[in-house]
Design a protein around this ligand. Structure first.
Ligand code: COI
Length: 355
C-alpha cells in the first residue's frame, strides 16, 4: 500500500507516562486515514496530523450510524520492541462487522499494514509504565451525502492512537456490576456480534441507570427471555463456578472478544474446564448464595481482565470472593499482560512485532 505522509507543523507536548493517563483522552500527533469510493476502492492512504475532520452534514453516518470500529493495543518491551497482540483477529472481526453493516472490507494484510504503519510512526507515544499501553482505535464510517437509507457509496477509514492507563477508575480492583433486566443489548439476527457504534449508543441508557445506582457497568441478559447472561458493557464476562469457568457462547449476540478467546486458550492450556454455554442469572445468583461462585471477571482489550466484586440483580446482591481479586483472575491478568508486554514466554505465537 502506498502511504503518503503529511508533516505536522508542530508536535504536541507528551504527557506524564504514569497510570494517571486515564483512558482515551489524549491523542498522538498523527492519524492514519484512507478513503473508499465505488469507483476507486481503497485510495488516498495517508499518515496526517491528528485533527478535526470536515464532513458534509448529510454524511450518512450522522443519520443512520453506518459505523464500525476495533480496539487494539501496542506495547513497548523492555528491550525496545513494539508488539501488537493477535492483530489478525481484529482484522477478521472488523471484516465481519463491515460485512454485516454492508460496508467495504479491508483485507487482513491491508488492515495490519495500516495499523503497523501508524504505530511505527508514533512509537515515541507508547507509554512504558506498568499497566499502560498505546490504545489503537481503527474505525470506518459512511461519508456519502444523502438522506435516503441505503449503503453509502463512500467511506472513510481512520486509525487514531491514544496512550492509556486502566479503563476503569478502579484499575485492577474489583468493579460492581448491575444486572440489567429491562433494556437489552442484542437479539439473534441483529448486530450483537459486531463492533458497531450503534450497539454502544443503545447501551448508554442502561449504563447511566447503573451508574446512578453506584455501579460501574451493566451485565446484559439475553434479549428474548431476559434470563441468560451475555456480556458486560465493555467486556465479555466469565464466572468460576465449582472450579469450572463458564462464559456465554458466541452464537450471534455476544461480541467475539480477542481477550475472551485468549483467556479460554490459556485456561484450557492450564487444564481448566471451560464451558461456553447459556448460564441463567438464577443459576449464577444461586451459585453466589451457596458459595460455589468462586470468581467473576470481565475480559476485553480496553478492560484487560477486570475482577467483579459485586452483582446486583433486581435488588438482590451477591458479593464475589469477599470483594477481592480472585487468585485465578490475578494469574490470568499477570500471564496475559506478561505475554502482551513481552515479559512472559508466548507459547501461542500471539505477539506480532512491528518493524
Ligand atoms: C475495547 O475493549 O477495545 C473496546 O472497544 C471496548 C470499548 C467500548 C471501550
Amino acid at each position: 500500500m502506498k502511504i503518503d505522509v503529511v508533516e505536522a507543523l508542530q508536535l504536541k507536548e507528551k504527557p506524564e507516562w504514569g497510570q494517571n493517563l486515564g483512558f482515551g483522552k489524549i491523542f498522538t500527533d498523527y492519524m492514519f486515514t484512507m478513503n473508499w469510493t465505488e469507483k476507486e476502492g481503497w485510495c488516498n492512504a495517508k499518515i496526517e496530523p491528528y485533527g478535526p475532520l470536515s464532513l458534509d452534514p448529510a454524511s450518512l453516518v450522522l443519520h443512520y450510524a453506518q459505523e464500525t470500529f476495533e480496539g487494539m493495543k501496542a506495547y513497548k518491551t523492555k528491550d525496545g520492541r513494539i508488539l501488537l497482540f493477535r492483530p489478525e483477529m481484529n482484522a477478521r472481526r472488523f471484516a465481519n462487522s463491515n460485512r454485516r453493516l454492508c460496508m467495504p472490507e479491508l483485507s487482513e494484510d491491508m488492515y495490519i499494514e495500516a495499523v503497523s504503519a501508524i504505530v511505527e510512526h508514533e512509537k515515541d507515544w507508547i507509554p512504558t509504565a506498568e499497566g499502560t499501553s498505546l490504545y489503537i482505535r481503527p474505525f470506518m464510517f459512511a461519508t456519502e451525502a444523502a438522506v435516503g437509507v441505503h449503503p453509502s457509496s463512500s467511506y472513510k477509514f481512520i486509525i487514531l492512537l491514544s496512550p492509556v492507563g486502566a479503563y476503569y477508575p478502579e484499575g485492577m480492583n474489583p468493579v460492581k456490576i448491575y444486572v440489567e433486566d429491562e433494556y437489552v443489548r442484542a437479539t439473534k439476527g441483529g448486530t450483537g456480534f459486531t463492533k458497531c457504534g450503534g450497539n454502544y449508543a443503545a447501551s448508554i441508557a442502561a449504563q447511566v441507570k447503573a451508574q446512578k445506582l453506584g455501579y460501574t457497568q451493566v451485565l446484559w441478559l439475553d434479549g428474548v427471555q431476559h434470563k441468560y447472561i451475555e456480556e458486560v458493557g465493555t467486556m465479555n464476562v466469565m464466572f468460576k463456578i465449582s472450579n469450572k469457568i463458564v462464559t456465554a457462547p458466541c452464537d450471534g449476540t455476544v461480541l467475539p472478544g480477542v481477550t475472551r478467546d485468549s483467556i479460554i486458550h490459556l485456561l484450557k492450556f492450564w487444564g481448566y474446564e471451560v464451558e461456553e454455554r447459556h448460564l441463567s442469572i438464577e443459576e449464577l445468583m444461586q451459585a453466589g448464595k451457596d458459595g460455589t461462585l468462586e470468581e467473576a471477571f470481565g475480559t476485553g482489550t480496553a478492560a484487560v481482565i477486570s475482577p467483579i466484586g459485586e452483582l446486583n440483580y433486581k435488588g438482590e446482591i451477591t458479593i464475589v470472593n469477599d470483594f477481592k481479586t480472585g487468585e485465578l483472575t490475578k494469574k490470568l491478568y499477570d500471564t496475559l499482560t506478561g505475554i502482551q508486554w513481552g515479559d512472559v514466554k508466548d507459547p501461542f505465537g500471539w505477539t506480532h512485532e512491528v518493524k
